[in-house]
Each structure stands twice: as C-alpha cells, then as structure tokens.
Design a binder for this molecule. Structure first.
Ligand code: IPM
Ligand code: MN
Length: 356
C-alpha cells in the first residue's frame, strides 16, 4: 500500500527523534511491502526562522493532503520573545485545529522491564499500569477568547473557557468506543463542583454512558484524579477529559511509564488523517547531543499504522520490537540504570529497526 506522510521534525530534539522514527518506517516498508512517500517541512521555531511564522499555509495544505503527519516537537528559548501569536506553540495549536484533530490519545503503559524506572512502590504497580488518556484537543481554554487590557490602571488578563455539547459528545463517543475495545471502563474527569463547562461535560457523559450500558462509567474531579493516578493507576482503563486537564494529567501519567520519552500520542478527527507525536517537548538542553529517547516517537509511528492506515500487524511489529529491545536490556540515558546497556538516540533507533 502507498501512503503519503508529512514530516514535521520541528525544534530541539525533534529532528533527532524523528530521524529514528523514519528508520523504523522505512524498515516496515521493506518488510511488509509498503511504499511511503515522506515530505519534510519546516515547523515551529524552524519555520519562524525560515518564513517568519510557525506554520505556513503551504505546509498546512501539504499536511491536509497527506495520509498522516509525523511530528517531533516545537519550541525553545530562542523563540521565547517572539510575538505571542507567532510562537512555535501557536503552530501546533493551529495545525491541530485546522486538521480538525479533536481527540488526542495518550496511552500510558508501564513495560515490565521498566518497573525499576517507575517511581511508585512495588505494591502499587503490581497489578500493572495500562490506560489511555483521551484528551479533548481543539476546544476549552486553549482556544477561547484571550485578552490582556488595562482597566482602571490595572492590567487584567482573561482566558475564556468554552465547550459546546457537540464538542463534548464527539470526544465522549471516542472514549466509549475505545473502552469497548479495551477493558470496558471510562473515567471522565472534570471540575463540575466549580465550572459550568464541567457541568455540561458531566451531563453529556452521563447521557452517553446510558447508551453504552456495557461500559462501566465513573466521574472523577480533576484534583482527586491527580491523586488517583499516583495512588491507584491500575484503576484506570480509558480516561476522558478536557484540553487543559488532559495536558496536565498526561504529563503526570508519563512519569509512571518510567520516562516521558516513552510516551506516544495520536491526534485524530473525523477522517483517517491523524497527527502523531511524542507527548514530550523539544528538550533544548539536550538537543544535538544524540542522547534523547526516540521510543515515544517510534511508538507514535505504531499508532499511525493502527489509526490512520488500519495496519494493526505493522503497529504490533513496532510495539513488539520496542518491548524486545527493552527486555534485552537496552536503554537510552533517561532510562539507564546499573546493569543495563546504554544506547545513544541513533543506536536505539537502529536497534529497534534491526529487531523488527
Ligand atoms: C502538549 C504540549 C502542548 C500543549 C504545548 C507545546 C502547546 O504541552 O502537546 O502536551 O499544551 O498541548
Ligand atoms: Mn503538554
């Protein structure tokens, strides 16, 4: 099968991790007889440097006309002082919005081999950690009206948080459908004791839970959820929450997987076109040192096969290879402990590709 993939390496460690993910893509192509046409495009800070904006219309159009988008990371201190509407992060928000990618799937899985890298006690992790956070991605406070103005000599800043019932329903449907394919449990996280958006969120989720009577359903307040992720992570199967709560809680969850460098994500909408990126940032402090962990990006490629290409076998080949390489004791710097074998970013990419 032939597929077209737009590749946005971005900034910081973005180029190194995506380079490794492309090796894996190439290997799958050879092994399974697929053809991948990749087109590399400037994005984020790199695009600001070249074109003066983080995402050009041309880049956006190429992404829209691709089967999938593979992304590294954006941002860095170099662009901290650019106009707020031209920051690298704005490019990321714009591409999510323009491609209609309202559902961000962030699986948290603690591999057996990495149990030593998980900071939780053995008795807490003994039942395993394997859940997926489904973060609403194109609504809420990220996309509400923003304003900073002076009122009676005082500077006042406002960020509006808004959700329509339709935005809530469509992410809820994704959560319940996902749960049906997993362990049939949905935890919806909100702050309905304070926020109107959360009250509406909870109402719509309850309506859906009645239609999905085969799926166990629970509500959880976001403050309490942040405790439960640490106290009882095995209690989660599918977690669904709004944009900003999901941003915060998914970083918290990533610690459980041993390193944020392990965490992939898929951003999906109502078509097969998806965007795949690790959840970590551009890590400018280690950029160019070839010590970053490419596994989050490589696992994002596995998600690309699963969700955009409907190629479950290819997805499993990648996931199994990652597991095997970890079982063989290979680690990048972030995961390294005494008794394991330390690999650079490029060596990790090579080792996983060879294992496939
Ligand atoms: C993420 C990132 C982004 C977000 C930033 C870079 C805008 O933290 O993908 O989690 O907040 O969505
Ligand atoms: Mn984040």
């Amino acid at each position: 099968m032939k597929k077209k993939i737009a590749v946005l390496k971005g900034d910081g460690i973005g180029p190194e991790i995506v380079t490794e993910a492309l090796k894996v893509l190439k290997k799958i192509g050879e092994k399974c007889g697929h053809e991948f046409e990749t087109e590399e495009l400037f994005f984020g800070g790199a695009s600001i440097d070249k074109y003066g904006e983080p995402l050009t219309d041309e880049t956006l159009n190429i992404c829209k006309n691709s089967d999938a988008v593979l992304l590294g990371a954006v941002g860095g201190p170099k662009w901290d002082n650019v106009d707020k509407d031209k920051r690298p992060e704005k490019g990321l928000l714009k591409i999510r919005k323009e491609l209609g990618l309202f559902a961000n799937l962030r699986p948290t899985k603690l591999y057996k081999e990495l149990e030593n890298s998980c900071p939780l006690k053995k008795e807490i992790i003994k039942s395993g950690i394997d859940f997926v956070m489904i973060r609403e991605l194109t609504g809420g406070v990220y996309f509400g009206k923003k304003e900073t103005k002076e009122v009676d000599g005082m500077i006042v800043a406002t960020d509006e948080m808004k959700y329509t019932e339709e935005e809530i329903r469509r992410i809820g449907v994704i959560a319940f459908d996902t749960a049906r394919k997993r362990n049939k449990k949905v935890t919806s996280i909100d702050k309905s004791n304070v926020l109107d958006t959360s009250k509406l969120w909870r109402k719509i989720m309850h309506e859906l839970s009645e239609k999905y009577s085969d799926v166990k359903y629970e509500d959880m307040l976001v403050d309490s959820a942040s405790m439960q992720i640490i106290k009882n992570p095995s209690g989660f199967d599918v977690v669904v929450t709004e944009n900003m709560f999901g941003d915060i809680l998914s970083d918290e969850a990533s610690v459980l997987a041993g390193s944020i460098g392990m965490m992939p994500s898929a951003s999906l909408g109502s078509t097969k076109l998806g965007l795949y990126e690790p959840i970590h940032g551009s890590a400018p402090d280690i950029a160019g040192l070839n010590i970053s962990n490419p596994i989050g990006t490589i696992l994002s490629v596995a998600m690309m096969f699963r969700y955009s290409f409907d190629m479950e076998n290819e997805a499993l080949l990648i996931e199994k290879a990652v597991e095997k390489v970890l079982a063989d004791g290979y680690r990048t710097t972030d995961l390294f402990v005494e008794g394991t074998k330390k690999l650079s970013c490029s060596e990790m990419g090579d080792t996983i590709s060879k294992t496939i």
